[in-house]
Design a protein around this ligand. Structure first.
Ligand SMILES: [Zn+2]
Length: 275
């Protein structure tokens, strides 16, 4: 049997019964013909009928089918494994579907578990579930401007850069004023209180890509005009969860500091309503 990508056409059809998910196709009644050309090819007829499956290798002419797939063996195996892009193969005429294409795009993916080469299950499982966070011992250089910001947080202060040309503040500080394109090495202290310019209330949080953990929702990210900063230059930061259902635009907020401060982002816990 000629192999492609470490497997062959027979293995794909041979594994169909164990990959079949009858519950998914209880009301389905279709016949799919496969005309696989080239070394290791052949003709197969796959019948799905009210949750039952029949896979037959045939010789001679293809009987009437709901849909017929024609491909050479290499394209068929590569496409099944996801090693060959079937949309590209179709536009190149190497993978043809005659008949009701929705059977191939809708019913077949539902009716069968993905085909995997024996022994690759473990590998595939490892790829989709990362259970531990990678820890790399590294020293992260903040640079002078962010260094000043973090040093300020340790002292419960907000230091930002102020452009010597236009006077606007950048929160947190940046080395160059993005509007004047001049170095911005002067620092001023702003805050510590601010006014809520806008906010995001998040109900569906994305999982952390490293740990898979999802923070509890809803949570609020505030966009703040800090006292003394240029209007329009917002600091975005979390809101104390206790204020989630009371917060409104225009409200005054104050920072809540971590008791133990090390010159990092965790020095500032969140902002809360200043009342
Ligand atoms: Zn400027």
């Amino acid at each position: 049997m000629t192999e492609y990508f470490g497997t062959n056409v027979e293995a794909i059809f041979g594994s169909m019964p164990e990959r079949f998910k009858p519950d998914q196709v209880k009301d389905v009644d279709v016949t799919i013909g496969y005309d696989i050309t080239g070394d290791g090819g052949g003709k197969w007829v796959v019948t799905i009928q009210q949750g039952t499956l029949k896979v037959e290798k045939i010789s001679g002419d293809m009987p009437p089918c709901s849909v017929v797939v024609t491909a050479n063996a290499e394209t068929f195996v590569g496409g099944t494994l996801g090693k060959i892009d079937l949309a590209t193969a179709m536009s190149a005429g190497k993978f043809k579907v005659n008949g009701d294409i929705s059977i191939m795009t809708g019913i077949v993916p539902k009716a069968f578990k993905k085909f995997r080469i024996a022994g690759d299950d473990q590998k595939a499982e490892e790829l989709i579930s990362l259970k531990t966070a990678t820890s790399i011992d590294q020293r992260f250089a903040t640079g002078p401007h962010m260094g000043r910001w973090f040093k300020g947080l340790k002292e419960k202060k907000f230091y930002v850069s102020q452009c010597p040309s236009c006077g606007r503040t950048q929160v947190p500080p940046r080395e160059v004023c993005a509007e004047c394109v001049v170095r911005s090495d002067d620092f001023i202290e702003i805050g510590p209180k601010g006014t809520v310019a806008n906010m995001d209330i998040v109900y569906y949080a994305s999982p952390d890509p490293l740990t898979g953990k999802v923070r509890s929702t809803p949570y609020v990210t505030l966009y703040l005009w800090m006292d003394g900063s240029t209007p329009g230059e917002c600091l975005s930061f979390d809101l104390n969860p206790k204020d989630t259902h009371r917060i409104k635009r225009g409200m005054r907020v104050r920072p809540v500091w971590n008791e133990i401060r090390t010159g990092g982002i965790d020095d500032l816990l969140y902002f809360e309503i200043d009342d």
